[in-house]
Design a protein around this ligand. Structure first.
Ligand code: CP
Ligand code: NVA
Length: 301
């Protein structure tokens, strides 16, 4: 693996290796044992969209493994004045050792990767959010043990996080039941790719059917960054897809609830569920740090 633009860039074994390293790094950190595995390595964070978790977890990850990071809003760089991604990528490659980019259009990541001599990491695009799913797989493994054979129900928008969920589950043997309103289904190519990878993927428009016997319920915002203009229509279309007590009661008794955060409480998920005993959302957020460390070590060491 040179870049992580999509979860398809990883094999099943590479994912398991990253999860194993992440768990070791988590234990080390708990014991206060931080080892500087890297020296004189710099990660550039190039973010076109806002972020709390991704930015902080990457910056802390680099610092705790002994490297440095630089955060840039592209609008404040010459990109904002029309310098091309191609030139920018070639120049960046002469200074830093990896780029984590959060972009409006996935194509920007492809251009960065095609023109760079250093690894490019997708820190969220309109198509995928692979780093989130590494943390989510770690969280599922911590609470459920073996991944293979579990069932995950996705409720809501067939968005970037949903697309990465389909690939992550297909690669690790988790069955997916995807419930979206009509017109908001996940990317068709990703569903086809997931099936090619052996994924057991069922698409439905019925949330109750999707959660039946599910071990994991996963939801995300109804209005992702970039979708704000469709707000009123989306609120109407997604209203029957809220993760609430009634929906959770249809899942397995010990089902866990995931949300990549930020949550829009009272829209896609109720306070009672996001703060309740089945919720694992804070573990997911924490695990971003451990999985990103493991990923950076794999790409940079
Ligand atoms: N889950 C996630 O990527 O959060 P941020 O947008 O805060 O980075
Ligand atoms: N689907 C959301 C995820 C945020 C982490 C978005 O793209 O805004």
């Amino acid at each position: 693996m040179k870049h992580l633009l999509s979860l398809k860039d990883l094999t099943r074994n590479e994912i398991i290796e990253i999860l194993d390293t992440s768990s070791e790094l988590k234990e080390d950190r708990k014991k206060g044992e931080l080892r500087h595995h890297l020296r004189d390595k710099t990660l550039l964070l190039l973010f076109e969209k806002k972020s709390t978790r991704t930015r902080i977890s990457f910056e802390v990850a680099m610092s705790e493994i002994g490297g440095n990071s630089i955060y840039l809003n592209p609008a404040d760089t010459q990109l904002g004045r029309g310098e091309t991604i191609t030139d920018t990528s070639k120049v960046i490659s002469r200074y830093v050792h990896a780029i984590a980019a959060r972009v409006n259009d996935h194509q920007t990541l492809n251009s960065l990767a095609e023109n760079s001599t250093i690894p490019v990491i997708n820190a969220l695009s309109d198509l995928e959010h692979p780093c989130q799913l590494l943390a989510d797989l770690m969280t599922i493994r911590e609470h459920k043990g073996d991944l293979k054979g579990l069932t995950l129900a996705w409720i809501g928008d067939g968005n970037n996080v949903c697309n990465s969920t389909i690939l992550a589950c297909s690669l690790t043997g988790i069955k997916t039941r995807i419930a979206t309103p009509r017109g908001y289904e996940p990317n068709q190519q990703i569903v086809a790719d997931g099936r090619m990878l052996g994924g057991d993927i069922k698409l439905t428009h019925n949330p109750t059917e999707a959660v039946k016997d599910a071990d994991i319920l996963y939801t995300d915002v109804w209005i992702s960054m970039g979708d704000e203009k469709e707000r009123d229509q989306r609120l109407k279309d997604f209203a029957p897809y809220q993760v609430n007590r009634e929906l959770l009661e249809g899942a397995s008794n010990d089902a866990i609830v995931l949300h990549c955060l930020p949550a829009h409480r009272g829209e896609e998920i109720t306070d009672e569920i996001v703060d309740g005993p089945n919720s694992r959302v804070l573990d997911q957020a924490e695990n971003r740090l451990h999985t990103e460390k493991a990923l950076l070590l794999k790409l940079l060491k």
